[in-house]
Design a protein. Sequence first.
Length: 294
Amino acid sequence: MRIRSIKPEFWRSDDIDRLTWHERLVFIGLWSYVDDNGVGLDKLAAICADLFAADVEREPRETFERVAEALSTFAERGLIERYTVEGKAFLYVTGWGRHQRVDKPNRARYPLPTSQDGEPRESSRHPRETVARSSRPEQRNRGTEENSSSKSSSSAKPPKQDEPIREDVEALCLRLQELVVANGNRKPTITEKWRTEARLLLDRDGIELNRAMALIDWCQADPFWKSNVMSMPKFREKYDQLRSKAIEEHNRRTAAASVEGAATAKARGWMDVANEFDGAVTALDPYQQKAIQQ
């Protein structure tokens, strides 16, 4: 790991602007991970262990999934190049000279993609097929090198082949998709990322399905949130905030209803008193009624 600098123009770069916040963090982390020529081993276990050691300990599966997805995004958008030399997998931060200026670079540890034996990896040409390049992270040891990371992505399995379709996850995703469309927006695609976030919301966060459904209904009816929460990843990210706002609105309406109810009850009380008085007066004989009116 090395000390790197971040240029001010980084934050206004069009390439960086298209990345999510966590992808930007991973990309900056790669700068410390690679050598002074911008090259590092393309091993998911090593990258996660160097950049997100505590996260690997707390949430190994989610950490590996998110970093693997970020690396695929970088390769797709030309921010990194993934290649092999003599069967060993490497990645290179393209435009390294724009990102970093190393005054006294150390001797190169790894070969550049332009080396004689460098061969582009399948993941560089079709990055979407390699998101699942990591196996289950629960079975990994943070200090162990994984042989599978150097294999061609042609042997990688799709992310969710080993997981059956869950009705609760599908129901949650479909509810959000339907309400987004009902609000006049383009129909969003239910991706594996959607399903992963829905599963984590139910399993890891411990949210009951009916409560999650109810909160989706609420946020898609709210004038502000319906245009700011249109995907399952965003819904999970904002869940606690949405729940707080929904409770706040409920309490406000309950309080208003209580005040209105109290005023109505008070008015009814006075009407009852008046009716009782009128009834009592009517029961008197004409002479007594005339005396009261005087």
